[in-house]
Design a protein around this ligand. Structure first.
Ligand SMILES: [Zn+2]
Ligand SMILES: [Zn+2]
Length: 256
């Protein structure tokens, strides 16, 4: 599987884009940076958006993508996939004909640009040869990470935003993950704030990794606050783990 990092930042500044990960061109995980990063041609290939949770930095570009599709005149339909409570938050607060038009009935219900597809925790969705399973994580709002397994036995887990989340590692059990994309939003000195807001620091990350029976082959850090990027990077380095690195916007991950 090939993943392009469209954005992997825990806040927005020039050159630091909110989270979005593009899998094989048509599937994305989180929608923080779709229209702000992808040219129109690439935007029009997106068919499925897996959403970890309804925070704005993970959903905002759904709105602009829908608008661009309508203007393109294409018959493109995009599924927003997540657990029901996340979809409900988007329905009530974003695509509510107040903050933004309800693109789930535009141009009409049958051929609407956007549709909701509810996923169940622990139940895999099969798509383009992948099994994609939402697994609950602990954040300040209902949230899931996604386990992505391809047909050749390769696997990736993307946490989205999470604080300490022992149940997630228990669920993953003895699985040998080829890659883990996990958040580390704050420096160690802001551990209290991290826990209160459902995020991790490097020290907390170490504890989380101890919850895994088998360390993933590669660990990629996402969602750092750019204001603390350098400190977080050095605290991650001090963990002394092999095959751990900070993600960069535009990076391509090949999990083969
Ligand atoms: Zn969040
Ligand atoms: Zn976030």
């Amino acid at each position: 599987m090939k993943i392009k990092v469209l954005g992997c930042s825990g806040a927005e500044f020039p050159g630091h884009n909110p989270p979005s990960f593009l899998l094989d061109g048509s599937i994305v995980f989180d929608a923080g940076s779709l229209t702000s990063v992808l040219p129109e041609r690439a935007q029009l290939k997106i068919k499925h958006i897996f959403i970890t949770h309804a925070h704005l930095d993970h959903v905002r570009d759904i709105t602009f993508l829908a608008d661009n599709i309508i203007v393109s005149g294409r018959q493109q339909q995009v599924s927003m996939i997540s657990i029901p409570s996340v979809l409900e938050t988007i329905r009530q607060n974003v695509l509510n004909d107040k903050l933004w038009p309800d693109f789930t009935i535009i141009p009409n219900y049958e051929s609407a640009v956007l549709n909701y597809r509810a996923a169940q925790e622990g139940k895999a969705i099969r798509l383009n040869g992948y099994r994609i399973t939402p697994v609950p994580v602990v954040h300040s709002v209902p949230a899931v990470g996604y386990l992505v397994e391809d047909g050749e036995g390769k696997s990736l887990f993307y946490t989205g935003d999470t604080g300490p989340t022992p149940g997630t590692w228990k669920y993953l059990g003895k699985r040998h993950l080829d890659a883990l994309i996990i958040e580390t939003s704050f420096p160690n000195k802001l551990a209290d704030l991290a826990v209160k807001t459902g995020h991790l620091t490097a020290s907390l990350l170490r504890g989380e990794l101890q919850g895994l029976k088998v360390l993933p082959k590669r660990i990629y850090i996402t969602h750092p606050k750019p204001q603390y990027q350098k400190i977080i990077e050095s605290e991650i380095r001090k963990l002394g783990l092999r095959n751990i690195s900070m993600l960069k916007d535009g990076q391509i991950l090949r999990i083969e």
